[in-house]
Design a protein around this ligand. Structure first.
Ligand SMILES: C[S@@+](CC[C@H](N)C(=O)[O-])C[C@H]1O[C@@H](n2cnc3c(N)ncnc32)[C@H](O)[C@@H]1O
Length: 408
């Protein structure tokens, strides 16, 4: 079988990440304080983190979707504050998003290869891996995945097609991504009836007027059709109600189709390049357990905000090598208790805050959270909560710095 080689191709021995729990998040107090959630959101380099997860999750993850950097050699800033709203460009603020810079193709392939190999080990025997890339590197990735999974285990090469403006004048407008799906064997989960879609109205009309139009094959028009391997979903454009401001965020509908086809309720779904958390949000909405990893705090914080709007508890963890930016002292942030309310007072532009009403001084159990609304409006400054003996609030500024405010 042909294989892809490059100087320095290897599967190195990797030091496992040392994971620390930063907080247990109980969105809207769901499950507070005693549930130990299985859902995990982890800040760190995914190679070290996946290596740390191997003893517990080898052959256990039912669905892995990953959307890594595409080898574009670009920098992707995030829009923060009110930056999501394209009607107010003067309000845009940019912050670091993530980098897709590589010294050369060899180093990119090595990065992908060593991570895909650990993902293979984590995947359950009935599981599926979806790898999302585009024309920059999809051809190489297909050969790498053939090597790791065996070419006979390619399920689909999906084209996600979309449209949008582009300055291109010397080629056709590049408006599709490639999603490769592979299984470990023939016995993989594929819930075809959960992803059927309505037939095109013209097809329905044709078959209603002439049942022989299909040369003897009469489709079940009510049941719907199996989607093709090319999918149109609009990109998360600036005015889209899903937009978090995190760069290259993928549409929720795309992840929902993947999740419904290739996992069952209760299954474990992982995204090791989780960005704004689209996969994790879909998993939480559809009763799947989830694991998410990203190397940037901006991504992990964005995901945490999105998940806080749902009702599914999760732990927020960190590889000890990864740091969370702290606000400098003297931020002027005040948190005060007034009856059943906790009130946040600050002149700063803030993104998020949360409260543990019974802080033990060690593990932060977040029982109430407030996030800046995705499109319009201000961060709510009051949280209703039954105050315990020791209250602690954590606050995140629009630029991502965190401060902690214990109060008696
Ligand atoms: C294309 S974005 C993912 C977007 C995501 N699918 C979404 O819907 O928001 C790629 C992500 O990979 C992350 N990333 C890059 N290298 C990583 C690494 N070594 N470990 C973990 N995450 C990494 C980046 O920080 C970035 O958030």
């Amino acid at each position: 079988m042909p294989a892809l080689n490059w100087p320095g191709k290897e599967l190195p021995t990797v030091d496992a990440a040392d994971l620390t729990i930063e907080a247990i998040v109980f969105p809207h107090g769901q499950g507070y304080p005693d549930t130990s959630p299985e859902n995990r959101l982890i800040l760190g380099d995914n190679l070290a983190v996946m290596t740390a997860l191997l003893p517990r999750y080898q052959n256990k993850i039912d669905l892995i979707y990953v959307d890594p950097p595409f080898f574009t050699n670009r920098k992707y800033p995030a829009r923060v504050g009110r930056g999501e709203d394209s009607r107010k460009p003067d309000d845009w603020q940019l912050a670091d998003g993530y980098l897709d810079h590589w010294p050369d193709l060899d180093s990119y392939l090595q990065f992908l290869y060593e991570r895909l190999e650990v993902m293979y080990r984590l995947l359950a025997p009935t599981g599926t891996l979806y790898l999302h890339l585009d024309w920059h590197a999809d051809a190489y990735a297909r050969i790498l995945l053939d090597e790791l999974f065996g070419p006979e285990n390619l399920i689909n090469q999906i084209a996600w097609v979309y449209h949008g403006p582009s300055p291109i004048r010397r080629a056709f407008n590049r408006k599709h991504d490639t999603i490769l799906s592979y299984a470990k064997g023939k016995d993989y989960t594929f819930n075809v009836d959960d992803v059927r879609e309505p037939y095109n109205p013209n097809t329905v009309k044709t078959f209603k007027s002439s049942p022989k139009a299909g040369f003897g094959k009469i489709p079940d028009l009510n049941r719907g059709k199996v989607p093709e391997d090319w999918w149109y979903f609009p990109v998360v454009a600036r005015l889209h109600s899903e937009r978090t401001g995190y760069p290259t965020q993928k549409p929720g509908a795309l992840l929902e189709r993947i999740l419904l086809a290739s996992s069952n309720p209760g299954d474990l779904v992982a995204d090791f390049f989780c960005g704004s958390g689209t996969t994790l949000q879909a998993a939480a909405r559809h009763g799947r357990r989830f694991l998410g990893v990203d190397t940037t705090w901006r991504a992990v914080h964005t995901t945490r905000c999105r998940l806080s709007r749902l009702e599914v508890p999760f732990t927020l963890e960190r590889d000890d090598k990864a740091s969370i930016p702290l606000a400098s002292a003297g931020t002027g942030i005040q948190v005060v208790v007034s009856g059943q309310k906790i009130i946040l007072e600050s002149e700063l532009d803030l993104d998020f805050w949360e409260v543990d009403p019974n802080w033990d001084g060690k593990l932060f159990r977040s029982a109430a959270q407030a996030c800046r609304p995705v499109r319009n409006g201000e961060l709510p400054r009051e949280l209703k909560i039954e105050a315990g003996k020791e209250i602690c609030a954590r606050v995140v500024t629009v630029t991502g710095e965190v401060s902690q405010h214990p109060l008696k």
